[in-house]
Ligand binder design. Structure first.
Ligand code: PEP
Ligand code: CO
Length: 432
């Protein structure tokens, strides 16, 4: 089957060597965890939980440091606290983390000042620097993707089991940030949570028992060499799991029905996401359901729509209705990032905070009108004070983008913008 968006590895024997090495390596996740997540997503599809999935557009090896990882986890935990407390609904916490190292690209090549080189396809494939050596795909990077994912996941598991994610730490997550609307509002919410925790403690609730939180990993299953090599047969059930991460999604550019990505993911037991852009038809959606979720298993399939703020109210209703009328059970999640990418007049790839928010509002409106369930939020965000997205309470303007624009691919919400968005979503979620 056509394997689109795959790098052209220069040396087949080197590729095969890394493939075998990966195939012999321990899995990154355990099938049992993946099964638990499937159940959680089924609850989200029914409206009994809400998915919060967030992280970088592209993780990089260089930025997979303890500080950066901690800041991202902390941001997601804070957003989850806002959503859980604001809407009284359990939040499934999931990072676009510990594996999000490969990117699909619209063009194979990039030309600068007369020099044409392969495009950057993520650290899993080649380097970002614009030199021939950097841009040459190197299969050793697949191995580094595995080890960096393992390191990230290790820290993630340590933080979430070791007390860092304990709700009683809700204040400490805000430490080190200057004041600002997002932070101040968060401080106030943290005080309320504290009060509720003290009350629960006083009446005998066992907070030590809920010290750890579930935190799942996810990435786009783009590089088939990598995903195939990390697939394992579960010793308990004999079924196949892609053990590179808990949740895997198929991107807008690789969801062809007769393509290798859909075929491969139809054969693994993980919960699967599929991105749907503004041109996805009901027929596309139904055919994807038949291919990926023939049993209509709750929690198996998530549709992540990324329509753009200007199109969601127009395009989403027919899709949701068509899927509902066909009796399929999918979780509908909004990605308000990828349909709202623009170029600023000073040349930055950016997004407007107001467009992002507007797409989320449209998503909730459509589901409310249809009586269906808005089941989650898919975000590109970071825990640091970058300036990549325009607007928000910090009022980042075009000149402000120059201050701290660090992403190698798509612009991310910074810490404050992420919190701000969480408060706005919590209000809509409370009405759900
Ligand atoms: C992404 O999630 O970074 C991405 C490339 O999304 P999409 O497939 O929706 O364009
Ligand atoms: Co992106």
């Amino acid at each position: 089957m056509p394997r689109v968006q795959q790098p052209t590895w220069p040396d087949e024997s080197a590729r095969a060597g890394v493939f075998d090495q990966l195939r012999a390596a321990p899995p990154l996740v355990f099938a049992g965890e993946v099964d638990v997540l499937r159940g959680r997503l089924a609850a989200a599809a029914r409206g009994e939980a809400f998915l919060l999935q967030g992280g970088d557009c592209a993780e990089t090896f260089a930025e997979s440091t303890a500080d950066r990882i901690r800041n991202k986890i902390r941001t997601i935990l804070q957003m989850a606290a806002v959503l859980t407390y604001g809407a009284s609904v359990p939040v499934i916490k999931m990072g676009r983390m510990a594996g999000q190292f490969a990117k699909p690209r619209s063009a194979d090549e990039e030309t600068r000042d007369g020099l044409t080189l392969p495009t950057y396809r993520g650290d899993a494939v080649n380097g970002h620097g614009f030199t021939e050596t950097d841009r040459l795909p190197d299969p050793e990077r697949l191995w580094r993707t595995y080890t960096t994912s393992a390191q990230t996941l290790n820290l993630l598991r340590a933080f979430t089991a070791g007390g860092f994610a304990d709700l009683r730490e809700v204040h400490s997550w805000n430490q080190g940030f200057v004041s600002g609307p997002g932070y101040d509002r968060y401080e106030q919410l943290a005080r309320e949570i504290d009060k509720a925790v003290r009350f629960m403690n006083a009446i005998g609730a066992d907070f030590d028992a809920i010290q750890g939180v579930e935190f799942y990993s996810s990435h786009e299953a783009l590089l088939l060499d990598y995903e195939e090599a990390l697939s394992r047969i579960d010793s308990r059930t004999g079924e196949v799991y892609d053990c590179s991460g808990h949740f895997l999604w198929i991107g807008e550019r690789t969801r062809q029905l007769d393509g290798a990505h859909v075929d491969f993911l139809s054969r693994v037991r993980n919960p699967i996401g599929v991105k749907l852009g503004p041109d996805a038809s009901v027929q596309d959606a139904l055919a994807l359901i038949d291919a990926l979720d023939p049993e209509r298993e709750p929690g198996r399939l998530t549709f992540i729509t990324r329509m753009g703020a200007g199109k969601i109210r127009d395009r989403l209703p027919a899709l949701v209705e068509g899927v509902r009328d066909a009796g399929a059970q999918v979780a509908w999640v909004t990605d308000p990032m990828h349909g709202n990418t623009i170029t600023s007049s000073n040349g930055y790839k950016t997004r407007r905070f107001e467009d992002i928010l507007d797409e989320v509002v449209g998503f909730f409106e459509v589901h409310r009108a249809l009586g269906t369930v808005p089941a989650g939020l898919h975000m590109e965000l970071t825990g640091d004070d970058v300036t990549e997205v325009l607007g928000g309470a910090g009022l980042i303007d075009e000149a402000g983008l120059e201050r701290r624009y660090e992403t190698l691919v798509d612009p991310r919400l910074n810490h404050q913008q992420s919190l701000e968005l969480a408060f706005l979503v919590a209000e809509m979620l409370a009405e759900r």
